[in-house]
Ligand binder design. Sequence first.
Ligand code: NAD
Ligand code: MN
Length: 363
Amino acid sequence: MTTYKIALIPGDGIGKEVIPAGRQVLESLSAADPEISFSFESFPWGGDYYRAHGAMMPADGLEALRGKDAILFGSAGDPDIPDHITLWGLRLKICQGLDQYANVRPTRILPGIDAPLKRCRPEDLNWVIVRENSEGEYSGAGGRVHQGLPMEAATDLSMMTRAGVERIQRYAFGLAQSRPRKHLTVVTKSNAQRHAMVMWDEVAREVAQEFPEVTWDKEMVDAATARMVNHPATLDTIVATNLHADILSDLAAALAGSLGIGPTANINPERATPSMFEPIHGSAFDIMGKGIANPIGTFWTAVMLLEHLGEIEAARRVMAAIERVTANPALHTRDLGGTATTAQVTAAVCAQVASTRSCLTPA
Ligand code: NAD
Ligand code: MN
């Protein structure tokens, strides 16, 4: 039997509702499968911690995470604290500190979900977006001068290193190769941004040589938005910079039906540090504390966590349970047009996990 050490960081807002739900699903899995168990440690970091200690997490917090097999994260974002403090003080601190440089977001239209695109069949939309997660537009470089004066000036410097671009492109080509379509779209903006994005394109061409089985194309980020809407079936694996992929992946989530469904993983491909798994949504101030947050994004996130741990059968089992539940409109939360509560959806997924045999055919 393997016992995985999992760090839980619920964070703020509905993170505090969906992460305990995710834990319940993982516990129902270990109850049903004697081969897998989890040892959870929960870290109370986020807005409340900030109010008590003046920081979103302790200075030595990363050290507590290093020994874990994986991290399950909720959301950072508090109505009373500026977003750049909550984001940089917790989520980015962990992603950058643990060098989780590949952010991976699968998007599919799950059974029973009413997605907004009229002509898009569920099989037409099956994407994985790979986002550069350590530098680029969100490098943090820049500054403000003449602060508060009429002549105030401010910069956010997009910093791209050849090493950083190479490692994310190589990861994306490798991921594309592992998927049935073996196709990668490299998103760029090298017509207008004529330095770093031109290097980005050059590196893509070089790395492509290492992956002769993968077909690839190049798309400007603005054109990529239109292609996602008008020709979704032409896309499969997509790689883009930190900012571009941030935006494209929210569009992808909306096209798949709801922000409440999508998962994401912040991966250190070398496995030198634990990777971090989180639903794509934020703290959702408008619904926090009401018990109506959609936990499906967290459950799919748990599937990615299991895949990363190499527990492929278990991952399939949880995904099959999720899809049986989304297929039933009576188990849809409000964001999907239903009336189900977080607790009801969680109980239904746990029951499916418990009743599914462990040997499933590949999804
Ligand atoms: P959000 O994702 O919190 O909410 C956007 C909308 O989607 C809201 O109407 C919300 O109710 C709805 N929604 C989101 N998740 C849902 C779910 N699981 N079930 C049902 N409805 C759901 O985005 P926002 O409003 O832009 O941000 C709120 C706060 O969260 C901000 O402080 C922001 O910085 C933070 N945030 C954090 C992360 C993160 O930690 N990764 C990501 C996005 C936003
Ligand atoms: Mn985002």
